[in-house]
Ligand binder design. Structure first.
Ligand SMILES: NCCCN[C@H]1CC[C@H](N)CC1
Length: 292
């Protein structure tokens, strides 16, 4: 009853395959953009798979959703307006909701079916959609950002899948330029940035695009997600020129977040020390990323 949810010939991780034991298949479908699978695993809770790639499991999703959200939002004093690109499962929305200073949350997700499926099978993530500050836009984020007003957002979080499907355009320079334009001065971007073990060329390319596009700080951070290939995932933290941002020391302490329990669920992974540690890089990563 085991199922290979990743396959050996995925160009993102050639020669690797990842397996989780399947108890029950809960949903199988195909949207105009991707194949969608939800199954109940033996040890990781429910699992969401898009085009054969694990997106999240109930057991370890807290690591990714909390880090991709709080690394940027805890780095600026009082975020008010936030945009999520992707994130149709609602987990990032759940985490943003913890920030009492936030007044408006736009989310642009291309695939309505992902939203509908997650509302059925991942209630502790899709709870994020219930927050009254959330405005849902179903469509292509490239168009959304091209038409976004200049300087609207304090923070933009790109919670994308891998750049080999609908998310392909989300790692190209024009997209980052529209992000920079939509940010306020001193505004911050946090982008899903793949694995230091598998994707340093892609990370180098994204880093050089971001260093050209964002004149403030640009840093790579990473965390542990056991069900992602190589067991880690990275984040690119970029600040637009303007009020200085120091990603390495959170100005918006976790204690404040604990108070604002809008999400009705305690934080399980992120804290101020984990925040600081996320930016500490192994030697081979420092060498490969700083040499470009
Ligand atoms: N919001 C769910 C997380 C989406 N993030 C990606 C899932 C697939 C991974 N290979 C890379 C991160």
């Amino acid at each position: 009853k085991t199922s290979k949810v990743q396959y050996f010939n995925n160009p993102m991780w050639p020669g690797e395959a990842h397996s989780l034991k399947v108890e029950n298949i809960l949903y199988q479908g195909k949207s105009p953009y991707q194949e969608i699978l939800v199954f109940e695993s033996s040890t990781y809770g429910n699992v969401l798979v898009l085009d054969g790639i694990v997106q999240l499991t109930e057991k370890d999703e807290c690591a990714y959703q909390e880090m991709v959200t709080h690394l940027p939002l805890c780095s600026i004093p009082s975020p008010k307006s936030v945009l999520v690109v992707g994130g149709g499962d609602g987990g990032v929305l759940r985490e943003i909701a913890r920030h009492a200073s936030v007044e408006n949350i736009d989310i642009c997700e291309i695939d309505q079916l992902v939203i509908d499926v997650c509302k059925d099978f991942f209630p502790q993530l899709s709870v994020g959609f219930k927050d009254p500050r959330v405005q849902l836009h179903v469509g292509d984020a490239v168009d959304f950002l091209r038409n976004a007003p200049e300087g609207k957002y304090d923070a933009i979080i790109v919670d994308s899948s891998d750049p080999i499907g609908p998310a392909q355009e989300l790692v190209e320079k024009p997209f980052f330029q529209t992000i920079a334009r939509a940010l306020k001065p001193g505004g911050v971007l946090c982008n899903q940035a793949e694995s230091m073990w598998l994707h340093t060329h892609l990370i180098q390319d994204m880093l050089s695009i971001c260093r050209e596009t964002f004149k403030g700080a640009v840093h790579y951070a990473w965390t542990s997600v056991p069900t992602y290939p190589s067991g880690v995932i990275g984040f690119l933290l970029c600040a637009k020129e303007g009020p200085a941002v120091n990603f390495l020391s959170p100005v918006n302490p976790i204690e404040k977040l604990e108070g604002a329990m809008e999400a009705g669920r305690e934080i399980r992974f992120y804290n101020s020390e984990v925040h600081r540690a996320a930016f500490v890089l192994p030697t081979f990563v420092r060498r490969e990323l700083e040499s470009h």
